[in-house]
Design a protein around this ligand. Structure first.
Ligand SMILES: [Zn+2]
Length: 101
């Protein structure tokens, strides 16, 4: 999925909103692309974990083409994906929980 594609370095403070989750550009560094050795930019975005009661701010880095952005902090990234209600035999909803160490 292509979220955003910047032709040139966006100014600091640029925001990307994914649904209602804002990502704010806090750092942009020159960077040499490994694939073809061309100069590019490494963009650092700051956002807050949307998990209820968390709100931890964390950073994600992308290139000028933004294809993926983590929605949640390190601690919630995996549990959130796996915590889905699953229907049991009698139609009873079973909540599957995965706990990290
Ligand atoms: Zn979190």
């Amino acid at each position: 999925m292509m979220i955003a594609l910047f032709a040139t370095e966006p100014p600091l403070g640029t925001r990307i909103l994914l649904d209602d989750q804002p990502y704010e550009l806090v750092e942009a560094e020159p960077y040499t692309r490994k694939s073809d050795g061309k100069p590019s930019r490494l963009l650092t975005w700051e956002t807050c974990c949307p998990t209820e009661g968390c709100g931890t701010s964390f950073r994600v880095t992308t290139g000028l083409s933004v294809t993926t952005l983590n929605r949640r902090c390190e601690g919630h990234r995996f549990t959130a994906l796996r915590t889905k209600p699953v229907k049991g035999r009698r139609g009873r909803k079973v909540r599957v929980r995965v706990e990290l160490p």
